[in-house]
Design a protein around this ligand. Sequence first.
Ligand SMILES: NC(=O)c1ccc[n+]([C@@H]2O[C@H](COP(=O)([O-])OP(=O)(O)OC[C@H]3O[C@@H](n4cnc5c(N)ncnc54)[C@H](OP(=O)(O)O)[C@@H]3O)[C@@H](O)[C@H]2O)c1
Length: 275
Amino acid sequence: MTSTDIPENLNSPDPTVSTAATAVAASDASGGAASPEALDGPPDPAAPEPAPDGAPVMLALHQTALGGPEVLRLTELPRPVPGPGEILVAVHAAGLNPTDFKHRALSIFLPPPPLTLGWDVSGTVVETGFGVTLFRPGDEVFGMLPYPYGAGSHAEYVTGPARAFVAKPAGIDHVQAAALPLAALTAWQALVDTADLRAGQRVLIHAAAGGVGHLAVQIAKERGAHVTGTASAPKHDFLRRLGADACIDHRTEDFTATEERYDVVPERRSLRSVM
Ligand SMILES: NC(=O)c1ccc[n+]([C@@H]2O[C@H](COP(=O)([O-])OP(=O)(O)OC[C@H]3O[C@@H](n4cnc5c(N)ncnc54)[C@H](OP(=O)(O)O)[C@@H]3O)[C@@H](O)[C@H]2O)c1
């Protein structure tokens, strides 16, 4: 998500409807499956083998090389089969986070292509693997595939551990649900798992209008904290609508130059208390 992409649905009083990542529906506007011609390019010598006759197939946003968006090809692949403890999900929407475009271009955590990226997903359970009792076919679920090796939601179907999913609340649609997991879990991990943020504590959230930050603001308010967020001035109204108690314009103000003290300051790679 870029700094100019402010989700429009954040006026909702329900924090769970905030859209963090950019989520895209798996079908085209007419409701049909996307066509393989949509991203057709020259023949790819590294293209995967076709599925054996009769085996179920699916379309996936696949790549056989690292690079820019041009390496992505809508490709027919064998439909995955859920293993023990896994579910097969028909993807209705998948999230796009910075880590997707970084892994499209660079070998960071994943082995070299061929790859199908995508960790955030929302859809319908089609099949359950051995031992799965949490869900049954027809259930609407959303979740985050195990990071980093479980990627693959940028496809019509994906398998993942049943425990990586939860039931999709009826009050949010698949696009909203698919936008939440990675960014929201990042914010939750910092504020709740690591900092154990408590009611009445004062928290400073940097980049508070960003994909992770705007969710962190809502989580912190829900925990009863006093929230100060840094963002450029045009985004302060947005932050206040999310519940921020105070805003600092990082372009014109030095947050270290005030008398204000904080209990918790989540940072990009760590979390420290400055009090
Ligand atoms: N998105 C994820 O799922 C995810 C997961 C794990 C880690 N991360 C990491 O978390 C960080 C934020 O990611 P994001 O997805 O939230 O990014 P983002 O949506 O692109 O937001 C970045 C924000 O940074 C703000 N900003 C820029 N310069 C700033 C400064 N000097 N002081 C304070 N704010 C500043 C911008 O706000 P203004 O326009 O107001 O300046 C913008 O809203 C990144 O380091 C990312 O790698 C993200």
